[in-house]
Design a protein around this ligand. Structure first.
Ligand SMILES: *[C@@H]1O[C@H](CO)[C@@H](O)[C@H](O)[C@H]1NC(C)=O
Ligand SMILES: [Cu+2]
Length: 236
């Protein structure tokens, strides 16, 4: 390997040393049906909530297309695996300093392989913020070796959706644009949904504002509560 390449890789590794990626769904291969960044070293958190990149990443982190659409049964649990890099083990999820909520959203689409993500139609299906003992969703995600377990609502319509896993790291969120947003979108085909309820939905970008109390948030001031940004979790 050329020296310049070695130095570039070392620099990239240190700058990315605390970040995280939702890289596989239900034990599938990395990037199989999940749009992951093309290369760990250029991965940057999204900090601009009004950017289209807040939906399914991209922008500073080009994502890899995948032709796979993962079949998921409505009402079943789904497992989203988060890792520090595309090749990290389960002991390397995210730096423990990156405390904050772990969430998931869905959006009904006509073709999950081509829908870019930004725009209307997003509804929140999971949210794990701060509990009464002071533990964060990120703490629980690390304990679970990076596996976020959620339930796909039973009452939604069958068909194709984007499933967006999101983690917000709040270690710098006391400053404007200091919250770091990590997200990727999986391409899923929901089977067996009863279609008995239609979730109300929001736009991404649009649902978040830089001054939301869950985005401009001081992690170090001893606050005992936390209100995650975005809509309430949709319940059947
Ligand atoms: C989604 O599931 C339905 C019902 O099984 C099936 O007819 C359809 O072909 C599937 N679509 C994709 C893209 O997997
Ligand atoms: Cu980081």
């Amino acid at each position: 390997m050329k020296l310049s390449t070695t130095l570039a890789l070392a620099a990239a590794a240190s700058s990315a040393s605390a970040h995280t990626i939702f890289l596989s769904l239900n034990g599938g291969a990395v990037g199989d049906g999940v749009r992951v960044p093309t290369y760990d070293g250029v991965r940057k958190p999204i900090t601009e909530v009004t950017s289209n990149d807040i939906a399914c990443n991209g922008g500073p982190n080009p994502t890899t297309k995948t032709s796979k659409v993962i079949t998921v049964q409505a009402g079943s649990s789904a497992k989203l695996t988060w890792r520090h890099t595309l090749t990290s083990a389960g002991s390397d999820v995210i730096d423990a300093s990156h405390k904050g909520p772990v969430m998931a959203y869905m959006k009904k689409v006509s073709d999950a392989t081509t829908d870019a993500g930004p725009g209307a139609g997003w509804f929140k299906i999971a949210e794990d913020g701060l509990d009464s003992s002071g533990k964060w969703g990120v703490d629980r995600l690390i304990s679970a070796q990076g596996v976020q377990t959620i339930t796909i609502p039973q009452c939604i319509a069958p068909g194709q959706y984007l499933l967006r896993g999101e983690l917000i790291a709040l270690h710098g969120a006391q400053n404007a644009k200091g919250a770091q947003f990590y997200m990727e979108c999986a391409q899923i085909n929901v089977t067996g949904g009863s279609a008995s309820k239609t979730p109300s939905s929001v736009s991404l970008p649009g649902a978040y504002s830089a001054s939301d109390p869950g985005i401009l948030y001081n992690l170090y001031s001893g606050q005992k509560t936390y209100t995650a940004p975005g809509p309430a979790v949709f319940k059947c």
